[in-house]
Ligand binder design. Structure first.
Ligand code: NAP
Length: 354
C-alpha cells in the first residue's frame, strides 16, 4: 500500500512537548500545517510554552490535546480527522526507576497499541510514522561482532534485551513489534518507522527528561572528568531526525524501517570535539580501562557488570543509506551537532557559564 497524505489535513504528533517531537511540531507549523499535538497535561504551562512560542507567527496552527499512553482511547480526539499520525511518545529514561515494566515497557508497548487502536477507530488515518530506535535493531554493542558484514542494518531485530537487562531497549523493540503486528491486521493505514541512534543537538525545551540531555550534561558538568569508558554511539542530529519523520510521512513511497545515524563516536571522541570549542569546561580527557569500569561503575553509576561486559570496548557501524537515498535526509557534521547542543545547554543554564 502506498499512502498519499493530503497536505490540507491536520497532522497528529504524540508526545509533542518532547525533545524530538518539539522540532517536528516546529517544522510542521513553519510549513503551514495544522498540528494536533498531544501532551500529558496541557495545563502545565512550563511544558508547553515552547510549543506556543513556535506557533506564534508561524503559517500553521497548533492545537493541543491531553492524552496519556496508558489510558486507552485517550488519543482519539487528537487523531480524529488526521491522515498522518507521528507517534513519538514513549519514555526515554535509563535510570531513576525501580519498576521497568511500569516506567518503560507498559507505556511503550500498551501505549503504542492504544495509539494505533485509536487510528483504527477514527478511520481517517492513512499513514503512521513511529519513532522507534536502533535499540530495536540491537541490544548490546557486542552484537556488532555477529552482524552480517559487521554492520547494523534494518534487517536486524533486537532479540537479547529483557525487562531486567536493557529494559529501555526492550521497551522499544516490543513497541515496534506490536506496531507491525497491529498494522498487519488492518488495511486503512501503512506504517513507517524511524530508528534513530543517539539523538543529539539543541533542545527547544528545558523540561524534557530525555537521556540525550543527560549524556551531554554528564560530559560537560565535570562528573566524568576522571575519564570515561570506551562506549561508542551512533549519533544523529535532532533536526535531521525531526525532518526524517516529516519526509517519511509525506513520501508516498516510504516504507519499512529507516535507521537514522550520521556518525559513530565514543564518549572521549565527543569530549575531544567539544573541548576544541569549549576549552574551559571539565570535559573528560582519557578513557578508563574496562576492568576498572567493571569494578567501579556498578556502584558509581548503577550500571550492571553485564552491561559493561557487553557494551564497553566495541566499535559500532550503522548502515543509514536507506535514510539518505530513500527519504533524502542530509546529515550535518558531528561537530555542529555537538557544539550547537552544548552551546544551547549553556544558554539555558543547564551547564554553568565558564
Ligand atoms: P522526551 O523528550 O523525554 O520525549 C518523550 C515524550 O514521551 C515526552 O513528550 C513525554 O511526555 C511522552 N510520554 C512519556 N510517557 C508518557 C505517557 N505515559 N503518556 C503520554 N506521553 C508520555 O524524549 P525524546 O528523546 O524526545 O524521545 C522521543 C522518542 O524518540 C521516544 O519514543 C524515544 O524512545 C525515541 N528515541 C529517542 C532517541 C534519543 O536519543 N533521544 C533515540 C532513539 C529513539 P511528557 O512531556 O508528558 O512527559
Amino acid at each position: 500500500m502506498m499512502a498519499t497524505i493530503e497536505l490540507n489535513k491536520p497532522v497528529c504528533v504524540t508526545g509533542a512537548s518532547g525533545y524530538i517531537a518539539s522540532w517536528i511540531v516546529k517544522y510542521l507549523l513553519e510549513e503551514g500545517f495544522t498540528v494536533h499535538a498531544t501532551v500529558r497535561d496541557s495545563s502545565k504551562a512550563g511544558s508547553v510554552a515552547h510549543l506556543w512560542k513556535r506557533a506564534e507567527g508561524a503559517k500553521g496552527t497548533l492545537k493541543l490535546f491531553d492524552a496519556d499512553l496508558i489510558k486507552p482511547g485517550s488519543f482519539k480526539a487528537a487523531i480524529e480527522g488526521c491522515e498522518l499520525v507521528i507517534h513519538t511518545a514513549s519514555p526515554f529514561v535509563i535510570k531513576g526507576f525501580t519498576d521497568p515494566h511500569a516506567a518503560l515497557i507498559r507505556p511503550a508497548v500498551e501505549g503504542t497499541a492504544n495509539v494505533l487502536n485509536c487510528c483504527n477507530a477514527v478511520q481517517t488515518v492513512r499513514r503512521v510514522v513511529l519513532t522507534s530506535s536502533v535499540a530495536s535493531i540491537y541490544g548490546d554493542a557486542v552484537e556488532i561482532l555477529k552482524a552480517p558484514g559487521g554492520v547494523f542494518t534494518e534487517q536486524l531485530w533486537n532479540n537479547t534485551s529483557s525487562e531486567n537487562h536493557q529494559p529501555y531497549s526492550y521497551s522499544k523493540v516490543m513497541a515496534e513489534r506490536k506496531a507491525w503486528e497491529i498494522c498487519k491486521n488492518q488495511s486503512g493505514w501503512d506504517l513507517v518507522t524511524i530508528n534513530p541512534s543517539l539523538v543529539m543537538g539543541p533542545s527547544l525545551t528545558t523540561q524534557t527528561q530525555s537521556t540525550s540531555i543527560d549524556v551531554m550534561r554528564d560530559l560537560g558538568s565535570g562528573r566524568q572528568r576522571t575519564g570515561v569508558p570506551m562506549l561508542e554511539f551512533g549519533i544523529v542530529d535532532v533536526r535531521e531526525v525531526a525532518r526524517a519523520h516529516i519526509l517519511a510521512g509525506f513520501n508516498a513511497k516510504a516504507q519499512g524501517r529507516y535507521i537514522l545515524s550520521a556518525h559513530t563516536a565514543s564518549l572521549l571522541q565527543m569530549a575531544t570535539i567539544l573541548r576544541a570549542r569549549f576549552p574551559k569546561y571539565p570535559l573528560p580527557k582519557k578513557q578508563l580501562p574496562k576492568f576498572l569500569v567493571k569494578l567501579v561503575a556498578p556502584i558509581a553509576a548503577g550500571v550492571s557488570r553485564e552491561f559493561i561486559e557487553k557494551n564497553v570496548g566495541y566499535a559500532l557501524l550503522f548502515d543509514s543509506s536507506r535514510s539518505t537515498s530513500g527519504l533524502g535526509v542530509k546529515y550535518r557534521p558531528l561537530t555542529e551537532t555537538l557544539c550547537d547542543h552544548f552551546a544551547q545547554m549553556i544558554d539555558d543554564g543547564l551547564l554553568k557559564k565558564r
